[in-house]
Design a protein around this ligand. Structure first.
Ligand code: 5GP
Ligand code: ZN
Length: 132
């Protein structure tokens, strides 16, 4: 059983800040910044590609609720939402989860996007492939 399923079952202790029928939110053990929180569905889904759609909708409501609580309680004005899917994306626990990472002045956390220069043709080709 995965580590987050064990947290849901209470086999591993965690600092829980929210629970309902479908979701659990608890403090990330590594606290990238103070208040770093994880939100998970209680049911085990490996990643976003297999997450149930109606659950995903409800999950966003929980994300909003907890974001507002963190903002108010920690006095923050900035926060990153992060979700890693797959090893290449840095997922280390294979139970879908969303990171809520409050941001502070000089908090030392570096999340930096690299840039790729694409030609107009490359953009068009890409669009043909992925447009829904
Ligand atoms: P990922 O890298 O998969 O996106 O994030 C997994 C997160 O789970 C990491 O930030 C890590 O600190 C956190 N984590 C791993 N094991 C435990 C645990 O047993 N308890 C808690 N609270 N967090 C954990
Ligand atoms: Zn699990």
């Amino acid at each position: 059983m995965c580590v987050f399923c064990r947290i849901v079952k209470g086999e591993i202790p965690s600092y829980q800040i929210y629970e309902d029928q479908d979701f659990l939110a608890f403090l990330d053990i590594s606290q990238a910044t103070i208040g770093h929180t994880l939100i998970i569905p209680k049911q085990h889904f490996e990643n976003i590609f297999v997450l149930e759609e109606d659950l995903a909708g409800k999950l966003m409501e929980v994300v909003l609720k907890i974001s507002k609580k963190l903002k108010e309680a920690l006095g923050i004005e900035a926060m990153n939402l992060l979700n890693n899917n797959g090893e290449l994306a840095g997922q280390s626990v294979n139970h879908f989860h969303i990171h809520l990472i409050p941001r502070y002045e000089n908090d030392g956390l570096l999340l930096k996007f690299s840039t790729n220069q694409l030609s107009n043709e490359e953009f068009q080709n890409l669009l043909e492939k992925i447009r829904l």
